[in-house]
Structure formats: C-alpha cells, structure tokens
Design a protein around this ligand. Structure first.
Ligand code: SF4
Ligand code: SF4
Length: 459
C-alpha cells in the first residue's frame, strides 16, 4: 500500500503486528514516517487497507524511544497459544510486571456519557460479589502483588459497599487505592468522601474534561462543572488527594489544556496531578474518527497554552511502560507563582537503564507516594506552616516539594486502529477479568468496528 498516500519521502521505521479493526485478526503493520508525521499502516486480506496517524510532529518519533530491559511477569496464568493479543492472562510473552491493577467493581453508571471506554449504562451486568472481589485480591497476591489498585467500572460509587471493598483489600495487604470516578456522589453526598477516606482510599482519579461546561455537554451529555468543583472541595475537606483526568477530544476540549493546568496549580495541594487521556476509539466511541491527538500534539499544546510555563522539554517518556504510551513531568509551584520543572523520569530517577520490573516497581511507589500524599485543604499559596520557614531556605523548598508539586502526565491508549503489539506487550496497567486473568488495559478494551470485544464481558 506504499506510495499511493503521498508523493513525500516515505521512510519505513519498523515493522510490528497489529489487528484488523473490522475482524480483529492479527496482521502485519508498518510504522511509516512521512515528513514529521508517523503512520501505522496495515492490510487485512478480507477488509482492506488501514492507515492511522500515530505521531504528529516534534519532538521527533525517533528521538522518543527508551532502553528498557524487558522482564517476564512473576506468574503467567495463560500459555502462548493463538498469539498476542489473544493469549492474555498474562502469558509468558508479556514483557512487563503488573504495577496498577484495575478492578471493575460494577458496570453500572449514574451517567450515560456518549464517550465511555466501558460502554456502561444505568443497569449493566450484575455486580461481582464481595466474595468474587476478595478472590481477585488473592489472585493478585499470587501474581506478585500487592499492586496499586484502581477501583473502576462503570461508576464504582454506584456500589454502596465500596468502602468494604477497600477494607477487604487493605486487610489482605494492599496499600494503595485509587478511585476512578465522575465525582457525582462525592459532590452530592455529605460525609461520603470521609467514609471512603476512613476505609483507606488514597486518591480520587476525577474525570475532569475542562474548566467550562461546554466539554461536559458534548462528552457527558450534561453540565457538570459545578459538581466537579464540589467534589474537589469535599475531598479537600477530608484530606483526600485528587488527580484530574481530562479525556481530550479533537475539536471539543484540546483548547482547554492550558486552563486545566492553571486550574490544577491553583488547587494545589488537594489536586496532585493532571493525567490527560486523548480519546481512543473503543467502548462507546467505537466508530472510527479520522482526527487524533497524539503525544506530541498534546506536548506542544501544553507549551503553547501555558505560554511556556511548562515546556515540551520538561517532559519525559514513561519508563515502566512502552515509551510511546505516555509522557510525564513534575512542577513545583513557587511562592511567587512561578513554576519550576523537576525534570526526571517520574518512575525512575537513576540514569542506568532499568529492567522493566525495576521500572514497574518504581512507578508503583511513585504513584502511591505522589498521588496518594495526604492532601491539605485548598488554600492560597501563603501557608502558615510554610511561613515558619524562611522563604528560600532548604526547609521551605522541601515543604513546597512535598505539598506544591503537580504531576502532569498523559497516556495515549491504543485501539483497534493504532494497536501496536510491541507496545501492548510492555503494558503495566492490567485489568482483572471475570475469570480471574490479568489483561493489559488496551487489550481489555479492544473493540472491533462491529462492537465485538476481545475480552470485556467474556468469561
Ligand atoms: S498482551 Fe501480553 S499477555 Fe496479552 S497476549 Fe500479548 S504478550 Fe500475552
Ligand atoms: S494501558 Fe495501553 S497505553 Fe497504557 S501502558 Fe498499557 S498498552 Fe500502553
């Protein structure tokens, strides 16, 4: 399918394996550079040619790679049989340990977003029982856990026994719990944030698509900004940290990137981070959209929209996962409101190449330490405790490092169009399936154009 797309010089950067978006059959794929854009190209014998933009502009694709030394999972629950991505369990061909594990505790949701990875609904399947969830924790311990746990769904707060789930996990030795939520219950129910905090919740991963109501209308079907603000306030009151999680959709909210970061800086120390997720076309967004936001698009938007406060060079590729999955950076807000970059690889501070296992462990510790640090109440940058230290002293700097550091990151999930199995095999974010297997997140959510899912909902 070569030269028909462009008269520009085309450079084959590498070959890999992907799937056909129509039938999910494994097919060869080519990473091809044209000017500053990079495409994944593939051909299915039955369904024809596919070409998807995977990298748009600077920093150059070739300059972004990493040098990790792969590590096999501690325990493999499946064997290599049909080939990746059909053998997830994890299988012995996987190249990374688990770090963050998602437990989908319900498929029900109190919203009906036009965009939903999990295709959740008001009713959904029957929730897994507490006994089943307890067995999931045991499976994770057998597979090298305890890992960081993300309580996910559906909307996990639809379950009244959510605090009990956290308590069960804590009793089994799991030390970090994050709640993936739209925040509606946290905003509406007095005392709910406190209940979750007392049960052992460390961090709220709050769906947060913008600082105006427009993106919520478009992506979630209703105005939600005031509920988000109330949820953050209620978390702040009980010292529960919050990470803002914007789903970025071209033409909807990529122009709010800078405003979201400014908002987050203003809400330090309760807001600990911003984690951008450019839209992927799976779940309830299974229809292919030509427009894509790639990692460099978002890096450049951050620099432009923050007017250089945060620069592309302040960010690094993730090291626990494949470098082309993500970027991250850390920024300290100074008393004079200036922002200082703490450039390092967030999941690995040493310079030597890490094994994948070392990187995964470091990422696990980093997330727990930074996103889960006890949040202080929302306040302005004059802070009484800080005023006890001389401004400019080491004490003062360390104090700001602890309480006024914002982690900014982005993960570009893979769907049936841009799936690169080399990337997928490095994945460290895994979902526990109903039959107690560990499935890399992007494989778990993989959806064919027909709506057929490879793993979600299968037993
Ligand atoms: S994604 Fe990993 S676990 Fe799943 S089939 Fe591929 S190598 Fe095996
Ligand atoms: S979830 Fe997807 S994008 Fe994230 S690390 Fe895993 S494979 Fe990469």
């Amino acid at each position: 399918m070569a030269s028909k797309h462009s008269l520009r010089e085309r450079i084959l950067l590498r070959t890999t394996t992907s799937v056909c978006p129509q039938c999910l059959t494994r097919i060869e794929a080519y990473v091809v550079k044209e000017g500053e854009k990079v495409y994944l190209e593939k051909t299915c014998n039955n369904h024809g040619d596919f070409r998807t933009l995977i990298w748009n502009g600077l920093p150059a694709y070739e300059s972004w790679g990493d040098a990790r030394l792969p590590s096999q999972p501690v325990t493999c629950l499946t064997q290599v049989d049909k080939g990746c991505p059909y053998d997830c369990g994890l299988c012995p061909q996987h190249r990374q340990h688990s770090c963050c594990v998602l437990l989908e505790v319900t498929q029900r949701c109190n919203l009906m977003c036009p965009v939903c990875y999990a295709s959740s609904s008001k009713t959904g399947f029957q929730d897994p029982t507490l006994e089943q969830i307890s067995e999931w924790f045991d499976t994770l311990l057998n597979c090298g856990g305890p890992f960081n746990i993300q309580l996910s769904g559906g909307e996990p707060t639809e379950r009244d026994d959510l605090p009990t789930i956290i308590e069960i996990g804590r009793a089994k030795g799991f030390t970090f719990f994050q709640l993936n939520t739209n925040g509606l219950r946290l905003a509406a129910e007095k005392g709910y944030a406190s209940k979750l905090k007392s049960a052992g919740l460390d961090c709220v991963f709050l769906q947060f698509d913008g600082v105006t109501d427009e993106p919520y209308f478009k992506l979630r079907g209703k105005s939600l900004l005031s509920a988000k603000l109330k949820a953050i306030e209620n978390c702040s009151d009980v010292g529960l940290s919050v990470v803002l999680v914007p789903t970025l959709v071209p033409g909807v909210n990529e122009n709010e990137i800078g405003a979201i970061l400014t908002f987050a800086l203003n809400y330090l120390p309760v807001v600990r981070g911003v984690h951008f997720q450019p839209i992927s076309y799976f779940g309830r967004y299974g229809v292919y959209q030509e427009k894509r936001l790639t990692l460099p698009d978002i890096l450049r938007a951050i620099e432009e929209q923050t007017k250089g406060l945060m620069k592309t060079n302040d960010f690094s590729p993730g090291s626990a996962e494949n470098a082309y999955c993500s970027f991250n950076g850390k920024f300290v807000l100074q008393p004079d409101k200036k922002v200082r970059s703490l450039k390092s690889n967030s999941s690995c501070s040493c310079q030597a190449p890490c094994t994948a296992a070392e990187s995964a462990k470091k990422a696990q510790i980093y997330v727990a330490r930074h996103w889960g640090s006890p949040a202080k109440k929302i306040c302005c940058s004059t802070d009484n405790r800080e005023n006890h230290h001389n401004e400019g002293s080491l004490d003062s700097f360390l104090y700001r490092l602890k309480h006024y550091t914002l982690a900014v990151s982005c993960m570009a999930f893979q769907d049936a169009w841009n799936l690169d199995l080399d990337r997928l095999r490095d994945c460290y974010i895994h979902v526990v399936s109903l039959d107690k297997k560990l499935i890399p997140f992007c494989a778990y959510n993989l959806t064919a154009l027909s709506g057929k899912s490879l793993y979600r909902g299968q037993v």
